[in-house]
Design a protein around this ligand. Sequence first.
Ligand code: CA
Length: 220
Amino acid sequence: MRLLLVEDDRALGQGIRVALGSEGYTLDWLQDGVSALHALRSESFDLLLLDLGLPRLDGLALLQRLRGEQLDLPVLILTARDGTAERIAGLDAGADDYLIKPFDVDELKARIRALLRRSQGRAQPVLEHAGVCLDPVTQQVSWHGNEVVVTPMEYQLLHQLLARPGKVVTRERLSRALYGWQERVESNTLEVLIHNLRKKLSTELIRTVRGVGYVLELKA
Ligand code: CA
């Protein structure tokens, strides 16, 4: 799951990054509304954590632009205690939920889980090709009907490939979906994940396209 945090308070941003780091999410963090709008238009995220008071383009205006452009990812607003009016405006503009600062990180995690569950149940059908079945709601994977235990990273990778069966998915796209814009990604990390998936599922299933990326075979 790739989350985008838009928050200009550095201490709070760092705190959220640390808190969510242990949950297996990929978290990208931007500090102004204009950069966030560009990112949301060009990349795909599963959830947006949005502060309302932001430089360059405030959170409410950003949210209105998003919804105007039919970008319908779940949005959780982070707002100040005295901001009742802007909270209501945020919900009216299409936010799915809000949290009042300062908030408890466990509550933040619970709200995120609930929003992701809701959006996945709504938008994502079971993906099934060549004997592999992946259920985004339960996050379970099976191979010819037998459940296969995969790590969160292996799951994300398989999800990316299963969403485009028979098509080459580039290394760049895969590492962005898995790690966001994080700079320090070991160069062989993708290979290790692919190796593990081949071992757990089938060696025939995922084909390497040298120098480009990977393809999930239609028949394996
Ligand atoms: Ca702010």
